[in-house]
Design a protein around this ligand. Structure first.
Ligand code: NOJ
Length: 487
């Protein structure tokens, strides 16, 4: 398979701008903060960054409620700051992907404010009841009533009205927004809720993954292909089986889709192997690369999912080498290279996630994986910004987790990721090899032999590895992955 297109084997690092680095001391991360810290990512060895939204927004959903798709929110900086970030990233040979949020706008978007109802999904109620029983993914009904008694659809927060993609004005607008950012020089897009845009008949129970979405992405692909430099797009498609997800990455649609099955998998060899096989097979059917991801800004961080504490760290190290040894492309979420755990004890008053707010606190929500990054120093906010504060409180015991502390420690998570990204071998396919129970063993066409011990007992290790997630001797201990040269 042609491995020349950069995105087929890229490692892409997700930045959540509010929480990456703050340049002006207001406690919220911003674009100049990101620019100043790009050398960390160049040194880490990733190929690209994906920026979660930084557009004008009331921040009801951390910026996934966009009020102006062509401008930077003042809390993050200016368009000139964006241009400077992009130029510096490109100088450091990092590509930049931006988030596009086409399923819904903010309720503060001028279209919604000025009452352009045909661009949204409005419907009459059933008496006092909403038009149907669709539920918001943040809890409660997916419909909110306007003062004139009509209802509008919001699959997420009421501050995120769903757009009506049957309206050609909506289609034209988003094609124009794509061109706006492509003209500025971005390398691609991450498409939010890519499977949600087209709505079924209101009598349907299932809202997502309607066939009509594919025509939209065929149009987008033509736009991406009309620009030089291999521009790409990655689709967020969740709760959908691999064969359906593959339709979004057909040769005339988008380039990649996130692998939520892999992200959600337990640390368990049979399940992981099954998901790896299914993912590779589904992607191969349409000639797309498989992708891998362990964490993002919506899910509990994997150190914590894998048990937390030293056991969680150890498994996270083994999982990183497993993932980065697989063929295809991988996504890292900011802070996983520092082994950050989920922060589970945020005070209620600090929490902002609509998932938390709309569930009346029944769901902890996603703030715990969005705690700002610790860069250096001994006390919060650990160099996050010059103002001595951070929009979410940072655990006081993170001094050992800062990027500076880990750079100085050869055995740190950061140095494991750095070594892995240097020694990684781009690949398109794998072959499973015989292995004892609890062990996953495969060879890639990039020339890497990966052995991951997810079982309870050690196994003999025939040769000295290129890289090991934890110390090894003549045996491979439990919860450890090693890389060897294949053949
Ligand atoms: C998926 C995004 O990743 C998430 O953060 C957001 O809340 C929803 N889409 C709605 O935009």
């Amino acid at each position: 398979m042609d491995l020349v297109e950069w995105w087929r084997t890229a490692v892409i690092y997700q930045i959540y701008p509010r929480s990456f680095a703050d340049s002006d001391g207001d406690g919220v991360g911003d674009l100049p903060g990101i620019t100043a810290r790009l050398p960390h990512l160049a040194d880490l060895g990733v190929d690209a960054v994906w920026l979660s939204p930084f557009y004008r927004s009331p921040m009801v959903d951390g910026g996934y409620d966009v009020a102006d798709y062509r401008d930077v929110d003042p809390v993050f900086g200016t368009l000139a700051d964006f241009d400077a970030l992009l130029a510096e990233a490109h100088r450091l040979r990092l590509r930049v992907i931006v988030d596009i949020v086409p399923n819904h706008t903010s309720s503060s978007h001028p279209w919604f404010v000025s009452g352009l109802r045909d661009r949204y999904v409005f419907a009459p109620g059933r008496g006092d009841a909403p038009p149907n029983d669709w539920q918001s993914l943040f809890g409660g009904p997916a419909w909110t009533r306007m003062p004139d008694q009509s209802w509008y659809l919001h699959l997420f927060d009421p501050g995120q009205p769903d757009l009506n993609w049957d309206n050609p004005d909506v289609r034209d607008e988003f094609e124009d927004i794509l061109r706006f950012w492509l003209d500025r020089g971005v390398d691609g897009f991450r498409v939010d809720v890519a499977h949600g845009l087209v709505k079924p008949d209101f009598s349907e129970i299932s809202v997502f993954d309607q066939d009509g979405v594919h025509e939209i992405y065929r149009g987008w692909r033509k736009i991406l292909d009309s620009y030089p430099g291999q521009r790409m797009a990655v689709a967020e498609v969740f709760d959908t089986e691999p064969a359906r997800v593959a339709r979004y990455v057909a040769a005339d649609e988008l380039h990649q889709a996130f692998n939520f099955d892999f992200l959600e998998a337990p640390w368990e060899p049979e399940t992981l192997r099954r998901i790896i096989d299914a993912s590779i097979a589904a992607a191969a059917q349409v000639g797309a690369p498989p992708t891998w991801v362990l964490s993002n800004h919506d899910r509990r961080r994997h150190v914590t999912r894998f048990g937390g504490g030293p056991a969680g760290q150890r498994r996270a190290r083994a999982a990183a080498l497993l993932m980065l040894g697989l063929p295809g492309s991988a996504y890292l979420y900011q802070g996983e290279e520092l082994g950050l755990p989920e922060v589970l004890d945020l005070p209620a008053a600090a929490r902002t996630d609509p998932q938390w707010l709309r569930s009346g606190g029944a769901e902890l929500g996603r703030d715990g994986c969005r705690v700002p990054l610790p860069w250096e120093g001994d006390a919060p906010p650990f160099g996050f910004g010059p103002g001595g504060r951070s929009w979410l409180p940072m655990p006081p015991d993170w001094a050992g987790r800062t990027a500076a502390a880990q750079r100085a420690d050869p055995d740190s998570m950061l140095n494991l990721y750095r070594a892995a990204l240097r020694q990684r071998r781009p690949a398109a396919a794998l072959t499973w090899l015989a292995a004892p129970d609890g062990v996953l063993r495969f060879e890639t066409d990039g020339g890497l032999l990966v052995t991951a011990n997810l079982g309870d007992s050690p196994h003999p290790l025939p040769a000295r590895p290129l890289l090991a997630s934890s110390p090894v001797d003549a045996t491979l201990p439990p919860d450890t992955t090693v890389w060897l040269r294949a053949g």
